[in-house]
Design a protein around this ligand. Sequence first.
Ligand code: C5P
Length: 208
Amino acid sequence: MSFVIAIDGPAASGKGTLARRLAAHYGLPHLDTGLLYRATACALIEEGLPLDDVEAAVEAARGLSLTDFDETRLRSREMGEGASLVGAMPPVRAALIDLQRGFAARPEGAVLDGRDIGTVICPDATVKIFVTASAETRAQRRALELAARGEEVDFSAILEDVRKRDARDSERSAAPLKAAADAVTLDTSELDREQAFAAALAIAERGR
Ligand code: C5P
C-alpha cells in the first residue's frame, strides 16, 4: 500500500516545514495545498476581479497546474488573506479535489499539508498529523518569515491576521479546519524545529 501522510493545522503552525521535511525523509512528493488556494486568489487579483466572484474563482481553480506556481508571490500576506476568502467557497474547494487526490494517489505515496487533508481529501491516509501552536507563537513565526522575505512587519497586525484566519478557517461550513478523529495532535508551541520534526517523525513511524 502507498504511504500517504496528511498534515493539517492552522496558519503558521509549522505544518509546511514538517511536511517538507517528512517528504524529504521518506523520499515522497509533497504538495502544500495552501498554494492552490493562494494561486486561485492570485489569478483573480491579477485579472482585477473581486475575490468574492465565485464563478471566476472556480474557473481559476480549475485552470491551475501544479508546475507553474510563483511561490515568492503566492506566499505574501495579501495572497494568504485572499486564499482564506476563496477557500471558504464550497465550489472552489470542490474544483480542487481531483487535483489533490490525484497527487495523493501517486504509487509511491505522498505528503500533503493543508486544512482538510485528513478529513476530506485523504480520509484514508496512512498517517494523519494535526499540528497546532498558540496564536502568539504562530504570529511570531510568521513575523520572522515575512521579515526574512523583506516584508514590513507589524507584530500586532500579524497576530490579528492569525486570529482572523483561525476564526474564518474553523467556523466556515465548507471543510472547516479541524483534526480528523484519527489524527495525532502535535502542539509545537514549546518545541524548536528539530524537536518538532523528531516528534512528527515518531508519529509517522508509529503509523506506518
Ligand atoms: O496554509 P496557507 O497559509 O498557505 O493557507 C492559506 C489559506 O488557504 C488558509 O487560511 C485557508 O483558508 C486556505 N486553505 C484551505 N484548505 C487547504 C489549504 C489552505 O482552505 N487545504
